[in-house]
Design a protein around this ligand. Structure first.
Ligand code: PEP
Length: 251
């Protein structure tokens, strides 16, 4: 049975103190509750180590939102996968559309980043998704297939360690959510694409999360789809009160 996951992406929000308080609040809200999915928070680099400490003894896993495409050296301002792993974090979001769009991340860079994350024992949450124009002109599946190709040089064993997130760019932070049918269509397409490269068994075991204005009100319908295994959550992950109902959507 593949894992169900609800992961928060805090983006460039929260100071160190605010981040620790948010993590502590989430830990308290989850304490003693039966949780039916893995819960992850991916935080700004500055908070990762402190959030790892703050959530100790809880079910919450911690991740970063990016890592460098180099292992170490003269790359001022960058943070490597080994540095992320040294905090005790277990996850890293890679290929988020904001990284692709604003920081020019290419498939080649992402292949390198995924490799470094895996070498350092991190689970990449690898994002794919089309922009509005690609949805409207019908090229979205080809675009997503092209993004997935960044991963297809991995061995079967390494690919099996990944989590994929389908995030239609037109739905991120816009309040526009893909309908559950639109999301399911793409999730099933991604699973088929994985099956063609790695076989049905690997495809069936790969968790594919939906991201894009997911909230407590639409999570139950999205998560009821057969190929949607959870969510990558931006805005609604910034408050315990809005994040918890998404976690609780896994009954
Ligand atoms: C995201 O950035 O990963 C995301 C899904 O954001 P939001 O939930 O705010 O649309």
């Amino acid at each position: 049975m593949r894992k169900k996951i609800v992961a928060g992406n805090w983006k460039m929000n929260t100071t160190l103190q605010e981040g620790v308080a948010l993590a502590q609040g989430l830990k308290e809200a989850l304490a003693g509750k039966k949780v039916n999915c893995d819960v992850v928070v991916c935080t700004p680099f500055i908070s990762v180590a402190s959030v790892v400490e703050a959530v100790k003894g809880s079910v919450i896993g911690v991740g970063a939102e990016n890592c460098a495409d180099h292992d170490k050296g003269a790359y001022t301002g960058e943070v490597s996968a080994s540095m992320v792993a040294s905090t005790g974090a277990k996850y890293v979001i890679l290929g988020h559309s904001e990284r692709r769009q604003y920081y020019g991340e290419t498939n080649e860079m992402l292949t390198t980043k995924v490799g470094l994350a895996l070498e350092n024992g991190l689970t990449p949450i690898f994002c794919v998704g089309e922009v509005k124009e690609e949805r409207e002109n019908g090229t979205f599946k080809a675009v997503i297939e092209g993004q997935m190709k960044a991963l297809y040089g991995l061995s079967k064993e390494d690919f099996s360690k990944l989590v994929i997130a389908y995030e239609p760019v037109w739905a991120i932070g816009t309040g526009l959510t893909a309908t559950s049918d639109q999301a399911e269509e793409v999730h099933a397409f991604i699973r088929e694409s994985i099956a063609k490269v790695y076989g049905k068994e690997v495809a069936e075991e790969t968790s594919i999360l939906y991201g894009g204005s997911c909230k407590g009100s639409n999570a139950p319908e999205l998560f009821a789809q057969p190929d949607i295994d959870g969510g990558l959550i931006g805005g609604a992950a910034l408050k315990v009160d809005t994040f918890m109902p998404i976690i609780e959507a896994w009954k």
